[in-house]
Write a protein that binds this ligand. Structure first.
Ligand code: PEP
Ligand code: MN
Length: 364
């Protein structure tokens, strides 16, 4: 599969003057709930209504979705509001039922994208239909697996494709439910600039207070749209209660979000940017210069350690450096997360250099 302009056609056909919005509850719960939320979203920037009918739950015993009956409620919601309907499918039986109930948009969930057998089964069941199919990133940070999912659908003749960035699972405790790892989505965007890219701030954050900031970050990275879980009574939602917003809050988010231009042709902008970029280029080459010098010192350290037969890794020293750098970095406006990441990478390179010296057979 290669990038091509036509990948964007289905989205252009919406003729929107703002990013695409998919909204609705995490799960369909009752007929009244499905209809009420759809009506509250009807006259807004929302074009597609989402509701989970079959819910993949991490542990058994949680609410596993209302099943096929919910598709009837969605059909009714579509007839009453004109919104397009979207739901998650995880196997061929789901696809069959969704098609029978005239669902317009199908998404493949994060727990399904990890499994090529399941994705292939879905692709086969959808063969040559003209549905819009959105593929969520897999739970693990693996770009090939994500792209593989897209390719399986593309090869099945599905033309209206898009991807949803919903973040990645991690064992570490972070402020996110699923860490964004923006660089993975950006790499995908670089490979397929015309494949619509949609942010799912609900599942990334797991927390309604952070929905706006993650959606804004995505728009600043030229994402094409967003999918946001919305419920009239979020606290009492049957699934993902902490991350759902009310339709009123969602509409406020639309008002607050800034869609920035991709570029600006004015001389003033170009002059300012040329100067600033020249500045950055000089600083970047200084950075590389410094890192090169730092590694030369690491080589020297390697020689001394080899001489004295001392182990390369010394944890106490390393923890001291890290602590110091985090607090110095903070004073310079650098986040702890960034300083940690950067020094872990520098430290690894330093160890590689020392290893090379210590294990070399050439006498120093
Ligand atoms: C969902 O959208 O409700 C869902 C289950 O998402 P994910 O597959 O991203 O966990
Ligand atoms: Mn959910």
């Amino acid at each position: 599969m290669e990038n091509n302009k036509d990948l964007h056609n289905w989205l252009d056909d919406f003729k929107l003057t703002h990013p695409l919005v998919i909204a609705g509850p995490c799960s369909a719960e009752t007929e009244e709930q499905v209809l009420r939320i759809a009506h509250e979203l009807k006259d807004s920037d929302v074009s597609i209504y989402r509701a989970g009918i079959w819910k993949p739950r991490t542990r058994p015993g949680g609410f596993e979705g209302v099943g096929a009956i919910g598709l009837k409620w969605m059909q009714k919601a579509k007839a009453e509001t004109g919104l397009l309907m979207a739901t998650e499918v995880a196997n061929a039986a789901h696809v069959k039922l969704a098609l029978e109930h005239d669902i317009d948009v199908l998404w493949i969930g994060a727990r399904t994208t990890v499994n090529p057998f399941a994705v292939q089964e879905i692709a086969d069941a959808l063969q040559n239909t003209d549905k819009i199919v959105l593929i969520k990133n897999p739970v693990n940070p693996d770009l090939s697996l994500w792209l593989g999912g897209v390719e399986r659908l593309y090869n099945a003749g599905i033309k209206k494709l898009g991807v949803i960035h919903r973040g990645f699972s991690t064992y570490e405790k972070t402020k996110y439910r699923n860490i964004p790892e923006w660089q993975i989505a950006i790499e995908l965007q670089n490979k397929f600039p015309d494949l619509p890219l949609i942010i799912d701030p609900s599942h990334i954050t797991g927390n309604r207070e952070m929905i706006f900031e993650v959606a804004q970050e995505a728009l600043d990275l030229n994402y094409d749209g967003m999918i946001i879980e919305t419920h009239f009574d979020p606290d009492n939602a049957w699934s993902d209660a902490a991350q759902q917003v009310t339709p009123a809050v969602l509409k406020q988010i639309f008002r607050d979000l800034k869609v920035r231009k991709q570029d600006d042709e004015t001389d003033d902008y170009n002059n300012k940017m040329t100067k600033l970029r020249a500045n950055i280029d000089v600083l970047d080459s200084n950075l590389l210069d410094l890192l090169g010098k730092r590694m030369k010192v690491a080589d020297e350290i390697g020689k001394v350690k080899k001489d004295k037969n001392v182990a390369i890794l010394q944890n106490t020293r390393w923890n001291e450096i890290l602590g110091k750098m985090i607090s110095e970095g903070e004073k310079k406006g650098l986040s702890e997360e960034f300083v940690l990441k950067m020094f872990k990478a520098i430290h690894q390179e330093s160890i590689n250099h020392q290893e090379k010296v210590v294990n070399s057979t050439i006498k120093n």
